[in-house]
Design a binder for this molecule. Structure first.
Ligand code: CUA
Length: 339
């Protein structure tokens, strides 16, 4: 495709593209049909029932049950089709397959920062293999942005303080435009980039190319040591803070008795606002790490916590309150409690 050639529609380069387009064409066809019908009838009736003389005024008609039923039931059927079809396309786009490749995205005025699990970092460029689903976990450092790849028919808001996920499965190799689709300041229009869809072999050699920094999880581990998280979060024993092994994905019981699923958002919140959701059986002693870790650093830490998995039943998790809420775990530090 030459960039100068005029296109009414962007290229279809993901599995979702044709589903989105088919729905869109259906909506356009229905809209066009009814627009023509209504305007046609307006003209026909305007001519047929124009006033010729005051004498030949037609008799007024009241009621018409059959007509009313017809023009209620047909549109109802049509909008229900739109609803069901639209919902199924939406759900298809909202549910990444389990085997998807994970990529982290951080939006920032005015650039896209991307991190691969293997450690590669990119700015305004994303390299992915063809035929493989890619799941994006996205957040913003400042304001709302929106990750938009027209050829994939994928557009998803990127919000500060929250993780949103989106996914796509590219069907064709090539280079596809990436835009920011949410006005985010002076250089919003310049917040663009490219998604490079490569043959799997090319992608593998690209991955092998330059990751001097190590994987995301190993960078997270370094950060975990640097920030001294490991002083309290022991991995082989119960420290003063919950053991993080097997925490990710588990259901955690909090001090107030409620439970919460340990997903990315929960881990992020627990690092930045440790007092927000204190695990049952532990004291709220953790300081905040707000301002000490970048959004990218947070993603690395989360990836590290995700990697802390121990197989086998009965592996210790923070999800199991060792003691009633408020009490200290037996292995907590032995200083006398002062009030
Ligand atoms: Cu970022 Cu517009």
């Amino acid at each position: 495709m030459s960039p100068t050639s005029f296109r009414l529609f962007p290229e279809q380069a993901s599995t979702l593209a044709s589903s989105v387009d088919n729905l869109y064409f259906f909506l356009v066809a229905v809209t066009a049909f009814f627009s023509l019908l209504i305007f046609g009838l307006i003209f026909v009736f305007a001519i047929r029932h124009r006033r010729r003389s005051a004498a030949d005024r037609p008799a007024a008609v009241h009621g018409g049950l059959a007509l009313e039923v017809v023009w209620t039931v047909i549109p109802l059927g049509l909008v229900m089709v739109m609803f069901a079809w639209g919902a199924s396309v939406y759900l298809e786009g909202a549910r990444p397959p389990g085997d998807a490749l994970q990529v982290y995205v951080v939006g920032k005025q005015w650039m896209w920062k991307l991190q691969h699990m293997e450690g590669q970092r990119e700015i305004n460029e994303l390299h992915v293999p063809v035929g493989r689903a890619v799941r994006l976990t996205m957040t913003s450092e400042d304001v709302i942005h929106s990750f938009y790849v027209p050829a994939f028919r994928m557009k998803y808001d990127v919000l500060p303080g929250r993780y949103t996920t989106a996914w796509f499965k590219p069907t064709k190799t090539g280079k596809y435009h990436l835009f920011c689709a949410e006005y985010c300041g002076t250089k919003h229009s310049g917040m663009t980039g490219w998604v490079h869809v490569m043959e799997p072999a090319d992608y593998a050699s690209w991955l092998g190319g330059g990751s001097a920094e190590g994987s995301l999880a190993s960078n997270g581990e370094k950060l975990f040591q640097e920030l001294a998280c490991s002083n309290c979060h022991r991995l082989n024993e119960q420290g003063r803070c919950p053991n993080l092994t097997n925490v990710f994905g588990s259901s955690v019981t909090l001090a107030d008795g409620s439970t919460v699923k340990a997903d990315e958002a929960y881990l992020r919140e627990s690092i930045l606002y440790p007092q927000a959701k204190v695990v049952a059986g532990f004291q709220p002693i953790m300081p905040t790490f707000q301002g000490l870790v970048t959004e990218e650093g947070l993603l690395q830490l989360i990836e590290y916590v995700k990697s802390l998995k121990q197989p086998g039943p009965g592996a210790p998790t923070a999800a199991q309150p060792a003691q009633p809420a408020g009490a200290r775990p037996a292995s907590a530090n032995k200083e006398p409690r002062r009030r």
